[in-house]
Design a protein. Sequence first.
Length: 181
Amino acid sequence: MSDSDQGNNKHVEEGPSSRRSLLTKIWVLLGVIALAELIGVVFAFFKPRKQRVSTADRDAIIVAGSVDSFLPGTVTAFVRGKFYLARLADGGFLALSRTCTHLGCTVPWVAKENKFICPCHSSEFDIRGEVISPPAPRALDVYQVVIENNIIKVDTGKRKKRSGFATDQIVYPENRLKVEG
Ligand code: FES
């Protein structure tokens, strides 16, 4: 066999080897891509669902309006959020659940009698949600109220049971002294 024949054979022998090498590289590359996707899927699965929670939180917060739009001694019903915003005579605010603590009927505010009267079994509550007349066993539940820049926000995602009214449940605006004066 001549030198030139040997050279040709060498060239022929390198062809498949080179293709195998290329295929190996492609398989390795595909493997890396598949692994990266798997890691991405696993990461997404275990990642905290922060966005979803914050959206739910945002939906639970009702912007009730400015402090000045609620007169002392009045109760305003909010259909969205299903609560009453009570502004007490001293200018403080309470957000009250409209659900009777007896058996869960919706309790209307009867303005001319200045109290909540349950239509089901006649329980009565004052403007602070305190029981005036049973059978309701405890005061109306309250929601968290926040006043920022004179705007009242009620967090309907944070409902709190209470046995009765206490002054620390009232939320006052920043200009409380002006309201009282
Ligand atoms: S449900 Fe309100 S008094 Fe019974």
